[in-house]
Design a protein around this ligand. Structure first.
Ligand code: ZN
Length: 244
């Protein structure tokens, strides 16, 4: 190929690819999730607003979230954006950051974890999704590792089928979903499933434990995994924020 002759013809294609890769013309560098957490990107800011968690008790409804309802074999095919999602009772939990309240709407699971720490995954990751009155999203991400029984085992004791009835779960203390360690790492990212909307406030906690049987049950349903790969950090940092 004659490079000199073909370059002007290729240039508009290259520019178009760059444009679409970042989503919109205004977004600049992509700020997508999940990401790989490395110690050199962690900052300590004594003035960073704390994550104030107010969780109560809620009955749950565990649902299978479908992304392939239009496909004839959808009931047996596991789309990688599908998951098991627990819906909480309205008003049963919220968090507050710098005076803005975000209500807990649902929490769901990915295998393996979507976020990595030093390039390592955990078997599962739980995402507690909160929404403010203005529609802004805040997600608390909890890495789940093999250990003793926790309330997460009660939530995932019976998985909802893709085409069938949701599973009703007896009231649980939502505080027990979170680890005893109160450190979190805050960064700004995106949804990890389409449409990958940015401006999501992420708070990554320390590890919570679940039994090996629960991990095996979830991984037995999503045999090919249901996690998005880590995305470039693009200069973003993590700020240590205490959970209170
Ligand atoms: Zn998620």
């Amino acid at each position: 190929m004659n490079l000199r002759r073909s370059l002007p013809a290729l240039l508009p294609l290259v520019l178009a690819a760059t444009f679409f890769a970042v989503g919109t013309a205004e977004s600049g560098t992509p700020k997508q999730s999940p990401v790989n957490v490395t110690p050199n990107a962690i900052r300590f800011d004594p003035h960073a607003p704390k994550l104030d968690v107010t969780y109560g008790v809620s009955a749950l409804e565990l649902k299978y979230i479908r992304k392939d309802a239009d496909k004839p074999d959808g009931c047996t095919t596991r789309d990688h954006e599908e998951t098991e999602e627990a819906e909480v009772e309205p008003g049963s939990g919220h968090v507050t950051v710098a005076g803005t309240r975000y209500d807990l709407v649902q929490f769901h699971f990915h295998t393996p974890s979507e976020h990595q720490f030093l390039g390592r995954n955990t078997p599962l990751e739980m995402h507690l999704v909160h929404r403010s009155a203005a529609g802004k999203l805040l997600v608390v991400g909890v890495p789940l590792v093999i250990g003793s029984h926790s309330v997460v085992d009660d939530v995932l004791a019976k998985l909802a089928p893709e085409c069938g009835e949701p599973v009703d779960i007896e009231p649980v203390n939502l505080n027990r979903l979170l680890p005893l360690n109160h450190h979190t790492l805050h960064y700004t990212g995106s949804l990890t499933t389409a449409p990958f909307t940015e401006g999501v406030e992420w708070y990554l906690t320390g590890e919570q434990h679940v039994t090996a049987a629960t991990i095996a049950r979830f991984q037995g349903l999503f045999t090919a995994g249901n996690a998005r790969a880590p995305q470039p950090l693009n200069g973003r940092t993590f700020v240590e924020v205490p959970r209170i």
